[in-house]
Every structure is written in structure tokens, then in C-alpha cells.
Design a protein around this ligand. Sequence first.
Ligand SMILES: [Cu+2]
Length: 119
Amino acid sequence: MSILVNIVGILLIVFIVWWFWISNRRSETRVEGNAIDIIVDSGVYEPSVIRVRSGEELTLRFHRKDSNPCSEKVLFSDLDVSADLPINTPYELTFTPEQKGEFEFACQMGMYRGKLIVE
Ligand SMILES: [Cu+2]
């Protein structure tokens, strides 16, 4: 019985690692031009890891399809940028990331998570 519990526990860990690391890594995108479309649906930003150049104006075009109020806000807490996303209407968030580094962004409760990599 305890072996079964261990196996379930290990499978759960594998799933969590896959969900938060591998599946996220797969949706990494480098911005071509100065704008990128981001789908907000089913608990994930797609893409969730976005590479951009520092000092260039950047437009993130959010397409929110999730009616859950949790997905309404997007917060870049380290960059002092935030927005309220309407449902089924593209929302353009434009700013210029000046500082190089990795900046997490998330919904208000941190269920949706993404990362902006400024190079
Ligand atoms: Cu949330």
C-alpha cells in the first residue's frame, strides 16, 4: 500500500515538473518586430516565456479567452506594469523594458505565470 502511495507521489511530482518546466519551456518565443500575441486561456499564457530586446518599445497583445476573474489582471510586479484584460477583445500593453534580466508576470493570484526575458 505504501509503495502505491509512493508511486502516486512520484507521478504527481513528475507531472508538476512537466507542467511548470517542460511545458512552459516549449512555449518560449522570441519577439520578432516589436509586438507579440499572447493567448490567455486554461490557466496558461501562450507563449509564457518571451524574449525581448532591452530599450525597444514592446507591445504585448493579450487575447484573454478565460472568463474566470482570476485571469483579468496581468501584473509585471518588478517592472511596475499592470493591465486589466477584457474578455475576447485584444488588449495592447505597450512599454519599453529598459533593464536587462528576467521578469516574472502573473495574474493577481499567481495561477497564470509567465516570464519576460530582456536581453
Ligand atoms: Cu489568478
